[in-house]
Design a protein around this ligand. Structure first.
Ligand SMILES: [Zn+2]
Length: 94
């Protein structure tokens, strides 16, 4: 899982968080000054905007990488083991 850089809007320290979490409505505490940062798509703060943009980009890249992996043909076909059960073998009734 890729992470993105976040810069604290108060103390300006830089830390990282996972791109998958950094979405509209997410909030987290700065590890340095403990202020709670809110991440919203319509945020006006340049630090928040940048972090959101980077997270969106990282998620897109992950999605594309995942899609490429899924599209590749895999040998993992379901091995359906033939059910070799007793099929009317004991049918002698004469
Ligand atoms: Zn801070």
């Amino acid at each position: 899982m890729s992470s993105v850089q976040i810069q604290c809007t108060r103390c300006k320290s830089v830390f990282r968080d996972r791109a998958g979490r950094l979405q509209d409505g997410y909030s987290r505490q700065c590890p340095t000054c403990e202020v709670v940062l809110f991440f919203a798509e319509d945020s006006q703060h340049p630090f928040i905007k940048r972090a959101m943009r980077n997270a969106r980009k990282a998620r897109k890249e992950m999605r594309e990488a995942g899609a490429a992996r899924l599209a590749a043909p895999g040998p993992r076909a379901a091995q359906s083991r033939a059910f070799a059960g007793r099929t009317r073998s004991a049918g002698r009734e004469d």
